[in-house]
Design a protein around this ligand. Structure first.
Ligand code: NAP
Ligand code: F7E
Length: 344
């Protein structure tokens, strides 16, 4: 019996990964947080699947994580061939991490430790394979271009620093206890399910609202940041591949090309026949529709970060060679899918 436990199953990646694993006949356990509102819209379509088990929990609560692991152990007993634990739960917003740095450290850093320690305490250590959602934000102020598994880290936010702890504690448990632990150092991946406050989805959702006259303008921050953007579905498949190898290793997943936020805006609007022309600079820069002269894109300092990551560009050759991983959805298709879905 193959069993998986996903923390962060209600998030963008958690929902795609759950689909992939259920299709492969895993029993999938997911940890969801109690909230005064529903947070399960991304996995609602999976509710009727008998192989999906949802448990309340939180990465701040070590005893809760241990109880869930013990419940899994008791349910499957000797039928448990392998447990794959995917640690996707996190306070994942870089800008917000400057406002809640201590919480971010607790969940993204110490939360990873709680999970690893609970795996040891449950006695499931030797049957468990562990995936840690590490990030290109570890490279921050990049020390070389492109970035690969050997590039030195220089995080630029409380989020990046907390994830640095998560990265190293994962390596440490692999080296100290011989656990099968992998870091996936994933560059930005987006989708039709991306949270609405990340820049790509903010742009495609904003465009759809402008077209429906529900919003008159889109207000953004730094247009010149460069990101290596792929589709979340491709990246979640890569997470699974990392846990199917003979030996645990860390891998970069990226598309190996990057684009500015400005290019994302231009491409998205062009798909709806709006050609954006720019005038002014800095916080006074404005993007307007070439045909109508209507001013649509404005800048606000509110969306600048105290320290910015200017450029990310991955080199995923190790994953492509060793895992046979590849990108199905390129940048143009990503923008198209997101625009089409939001404009439906
Ligand atoms: P996301 O959409 O923000 O999802 C985060 C998930 O974590 C949600 O299910 C959230 O639950 C859960 N969560 C947050 N705090 C928690 C806590 N204290 N205890 C338990 N669960 C908690 O993020 P994503 O884009 O899917 O990313 C998945 C993981 O990959 C994250 O660790 C992120 O940092 C990392 N990552 C993402 C990218 C990317 O480009 N997407 C790149 C590299 C690494 P609620 O639904 O209740 O909020
Ligand atoms: O920002 C700029 C912003 O918030 C991208 C997370 O999944 O990927 C994500 O982190 C860029 C930044 O993603 C706005 O300054 C301009 O340079 O979409 P984002 P992120 O910070 O790259 C990494 C790999 C993760 O691990 C994280 O979990 O866009 N930007 N204007 C803006 N960003 C936002 N959010 N909103 C704006 O209005």
């Amino acid at each position: 019996m193959k069993v998986a436990l996903i923390t962060g199953i209600t998030g963008q990646d958690g929902s795609y990964l759950a689909e992939i694993l259920l299709e492969k006949n895993y029993d999938v356990w997911g940890i969801i947080r109690r909230s005064s509102n529903f947070t399960t819209s991304r996995i609602e379509h999976l509710y009727n699947n008998e192989s999906l088990f949802l448990k309340y929990g939180d990465l701040s609560d070590g005893s809760n994580i241990l109880s869930i692991l013990n419940e899994i152990k008791d349910k499957y007993k000797e039928n448990l061939e392998r447990l794959e634990v995917y640690n996707l739960a996190a306070m994942s917003h870089v800008k917000v991490s400057f406002e809640v740095p201590e919480y971010t450290g607790n969940i993204d850093g110490l939360g990873t430790l709680r999970l690893l320690e609970s795996i040891r305490a449950s006695g499931l250590k030797d049957k468990t394979r562990f995936y840690q959602a590490s990030t290109s934000e570890l490279y921050g102020k990049v020390q070389e271009v492109p970035q690969n598994e050997n590039t030195p880290f220089y995080p630029r936010s409380p989020y990046g620093v907390a994830k640095l702890y998560g990265y190293w504690i994962t390596v440490n448990y692999r080296e100290s206890y011989g656990m099968y632990c992998c870091n996936g150092i994933l560059f930005n991946h987006e989708s039709e399910r991306r949270g609405l406050t990340f820049v790509t989805r903010k742009i495609t959702k904003g465009l759809s609202k402008i077209l429906r006259n529900e919003q008159d303008k889109l207000v953004l921050g730094n247009l010149d940041a460069k990101r290596d953007w792929g589709h979340a579905k491709d990246f979640c498949y890569g997470m699974w591949l990392m846990l199917q190898q003979d030996e645990p290793e860390d891998f970069v997943l990226s598309t190996d090309e990057n684009h500015t936020v400005r290019e994302f805006v231009e491409k998205a609007f062009k798909l709806k026949n709006i050609e954006i022309i720019w005038k002014g600079s800095g916080i006074n820069e404005i993007g307007y529709d070439k045909n109508t002269n209507r001013e649509l894109i404005f800048i606000s300092e509110q969306y600048y970060r105290p320290a910015e990551v200017d450029l990310l560009l991955g080199d995923s050759s190790k994953a492509r060679e060793k895992l046979g991983w590849k990108i199905e959805c390129d940048f143009d298709n990503l923008v198209k899918k997101m625009v089409e879905e939001d404009c439906k």
